[in-house]
Design a protein around this ligand. Structure first.
Ligand SMILES: Cc1cc2nc3c(=O)[nH]c(=O)nc-3n(C[C@H](O)[C@H](O)[C@H](O)COP(=O)(O)O)c2cc1C
Length: 204
């Protein structure tokens, strides 16, 4: 698949079934994903892969804060929505010349590359967070150190063909783009199209 086609056709898949990539294939793809821009090449992350019955233990921790039976049931079922839950742990290098926010940006860039690579191999994924990322029970279960951040899970598997995410055609999204010149902003201050309802390609 060409890169542009991969970008155009990737969608977060909410319903994922077997097969998921093996641990080895995941690590292989991660090696490529980690070529995303990463100031200082710090690779400030680690992954914890959760599959099979281990997802049940994760579900119990998701439900730990719930007060009613219905919420408990719903939270416990969440990790069962995909065969592989790849837990993304942010491990910032503290007191480094590369600030935390740049390390987080590098981690996010890596995830986007990984999702595209998974898509290219025919797998589906969705990045999920929610209240479990702040849950003491979940952090303890997964053995996180105090300085580590739980920044979500990539739910990974094969898209369920009966419940695939809708492939929307590209939407003309409004982006705020200004052209700066030595004279300042030509025309009036602000974006090229103050109303901002043009695509970038329409404005530059
Ligand atoms: C950091 C981050 C956290 C997210 N957490 C959730 C989540 O908890 N639940 C959810 O349904 N979508 C979540 N999303 C959004 C989906 O992953 C997805 O990007 C969104 O539904 C748009 O779908 P698309 O990727 O097909 O455009 C999150 C996205 C990001 C970047």
């Amino acid at each position: 698949m060409e890169l542009e086609a991969a970008i155009r056709t990737r969608r977060s898949e909410h319903r994922l079934i077997e097969p998921a990539p093996s641990d080895e294939e995941f690590v292989d793809l991660l090696g490529w994903a980690a070529t995303a821009p990463d100031h200082g090449h710090l690779r400030p992350w680690r992954w914890i892969l959760v599959r099979g019955d281990s997802r049940t233990a994760l579900g119990v921790s998701f439900a730990s804060g719930a007060t009613d039976a219905e919420t408990v049931r719903r939270e416990m079922r969440k990790p069962l929505r995909a065969p592989l839950l790849a837990t993304l742990v942010f491990v910032p290098r503290r007191n480094h010349r590369v600030p935390d926010w740049e390390q987080l940006a590098a981690s996010s860039a890596m995830v986007n590359s990984l999702m595209l690579l998974l898509h290219d191999r025919g797998f589906g994924s969705i990045w999920r967070t929610g209240s479990p990322v702040d849950s003491a029970e979940t952090r303890t279960l997964l053995g996180l150190a105090p300085h580590e951040g739980l920044i979500g899970w990539l739910y990974i598997g094969s898209p369920d063909p009966t419940r695939r995410s809708v492939l929307r055609s590209p939407v003309p999204v409004s982006h705020r783009v200004s052209r700066f010149t030595p004279e300042g902003f030509p025309g009036q201050p602000g974006p090229l199209r103050p109303s901002g309802h043009q695509r970038v390609s329409d404005t530059l």
